[in-house]
Design a protein around this ligand. Structure first.
Ligand SMILES: Nc1ncnc2c1ncn2[C@@H]1O[C@H](COP(=O)(O)OP(=O)(O)OP(=O)(O)O)[C@@H](O)[C@H]1O
Length: 354
C-alpha cells in the first residue's frame, strides 16, 4: 500500500482539450479519496492518467516511493474498477476474479484458492460458477471489486463503480465499500459525480472544475466552508443561498435586509465593498415573528424534503431558501423570516471565501 502524489500533472488531449491543468495533490497511504465535479471536469481523465491508461503531457505521478509517470499500466501496481465493471462474459466468477493473477502467472491452485477466499468475503461464495450474464448488477459489481481485491495492489482506482446500481442497492453498496476499504486499508481514489456519495464515503475529497482542483478537504470542511462560490453552489443537496450584498458600516445589506457581519470576517471587510453572502438553507432557522438581522419576505414555494421542508421566501425580489422541520411548515403566502445561525454564514469576495 502506498501514498499517491501528483506534481503539476497536466493532460492535454490531441486536439487541444486541457483535461488536467497542472494538478498538485497528495493522497496519504490508506486514504479513501473522492474526486467530485460536474461532467467533463476531468475526473475520469485523472483516474486513467494515474492508472497509466492515458499518458500525462506534463508533470509527474509518484506512487509510494516510485515515479511511475512513464511506467506501463501493468507495472504501476494499481487496480482499477470501471464504470461498466469490464467483466469477461465467457468466464465464470472464479476465473473473472482470478484473471489478474493469471496474468501475473500465479499457479492455478493458488489462484482458485485466492478467488474463493475473496469471493467469500464479498458474499459471492454461492455464485462462483456463474457467468456475469447470470448475475444482478450489484453482484457483478462485487465481482469487479473482488477482482481488484485479489490483486493486492498498492492502490485502488474506482470510476463511478456504483453508477449502474439502483438507488437502494447503491446505498447498501456505499456502506459496504467504505467498510471494505477501511478493513483493507488500501489507498483508494474514487470518482463520482454524486456529491452525497462523496460526502458519505470519503476521508477527503477534491472538487474539480475544468481540469482544476477548486477545493481539497474533508467532507465536513467542503460542506461547511466551501472555498469559493463554485464549490458552494456545487455541494449540498439543497443549493447554498449565494446572495449579492454590500458592506454598510457595521452591517451587511443583502437582498434589501440588514444583517450582522459574520464573526469569522469581522474587521476584514471595508465599507462599501461588494460581497456575496453565502448561507446554507440548513443553517438558517425560520421565524414567523419579525427578527433583527434576518431575511424577511413572503413564503412563495414549499418543497417536501421528507423529514423537512425547503421554504422559499421572496425577499425584495430575491429568493432565499430555508429548511424547516416537518410539522412547522408555514402556509404559502405567509410573512416569514429566515435567520442565519451564528457562525454559519460565509462571505465571498471575488468568488473566494473571506
Ligand atoms: N479521448 C479524448 N480525446 C479528447 N478529449 C477528451 C477525451 N476524453 C475526454 N476528453 C475531454 O476531456 C475533458 C475531461 O473529460 P473527462 O471524461 O475526464 O471528464 P469527467 O469529469 O470524467 O466527466 P463525466 O463525469 O461526464 O464522466 C472533457 O472536456 C472531455 O470532452
Amino acid at each position: 500500500m502506498a501514498a499517491i502524489e501528483l506534481k503539476g500533472l497536466t493532460k492535454v488531449y490531441p486536439g487541444g482539450v486541457k483535461a488536467l491543468d497542472s494538478l498538485d495533490l497528495e493522497i496519504p497511504d490508506g486514504e479513501f479519496f473522492a474526486l467530485l465535479g460536474p461532467s467533463g471536469c476531468g475526473k475520469t481523465t485523472l483516474l486513467r492518467t494515474i492508472a497509466g491508461l492515458e499518458t500525462a503531457t506534463g508533470g509527474a505521478i509518484v506512487i509510494g516511493d516510485r515515479d511511475v509517470t512513464g511506467v506501463q499500466p501493468g507495472a504501476r501496481d494499481v487496480a482499477m474498477v470501471f464504470q461498466d465493471y469490464a467483466l469477461f462474459p465467457h468466464m465464470d466468477v472464479t476465473d473473472n476474479i482470478a484473471y489478474p493473477l493469471r496474468i501475473k502467472k500465479v499457479a492455478k491452485a493458488v489462484r482458485a484458492e485466492k478467488a474463493r477466499e475473496v469471493g467469500e468475503r464479498l458474499g459471492l461464495a454461492h455464485l462462483m460458477d456463474r457467468r456475469p450474464g447470470q448475475l444482478s448488477g450489484g453482484q457483478q459489481q462485487r465481482v469487479a471489486l473482488a477482482r481488484v481485491m485479489a490483486t493486492q495492489a498498492q492502490a485502488f482506482l474506482f470510476d463511478e463503480p456504483l453508477s449502474n446500481l439502483d438507488a437502494r442497492l447503491r446505498l447498501e453498496a456505499r456502506t459496504f465499500l467504505k467498510k471494505l476499504q477501511r478493513e483493507l486499508g488500501v489507498t483508494t481514489v474514487f470518482v463520482t459525480h454524486d456529491q452525497a456519495e462523496a460526502l458519505a464515503m470519503a476521508d477527503r475529497m477534491a472538487v474539480m472544475e475544468n481540469g482544476l482542483i477548486r477545493q481539497i478537504g474533508t467532507p465536513a470542511e467542503v460542506f461547511q466552508r466551501p472555498a469559493n462560490t463554485f464549490v458552494a453552489s456545487f455541494i449540498g443537496s439543497t443549493p447554498m443561498n449565494l446572495l449579492d450584498g454590500q458592506v454598510r458600516g457595521e452591517r451587511l445589506e443583502v437582498a434589501g435586509c440588514k444583517l450582522p457581519v459574520p464573526s469569522s470576517v469581522e474587521g476584514r471587510l471595508s465599507d462599501g465593498e461588494q460581497i456575496v453572502y453565502g448561507v446554507r438553507p440548513e443553517y438558517m432557522t425560520y421565524s414567523a415573528e419579525p427578527v433583527e438581522g434576518a431575511f424577511g419576505g413572503r413564503v412563495s414555494i414549499m418543497e417536501n424534503l421528507g423529514a423537512a421542508h425547503l421554504v422559499t421566501l421572496e425577499v425584495n425580489d430575491t429568493l432565499v431558501q430555508v429548511v424547516v422541520q416537518e410539522g412547522s411548515e408555514p402556509p404559502l403566502g405567509a410573512e416569514g423570516f429566515a435567520v442565519p445561525k451564528d457562525g454559519r454564514a460565509l462571505v465571498y469576495r471575488d468568488g473566494n471565501v473571506v
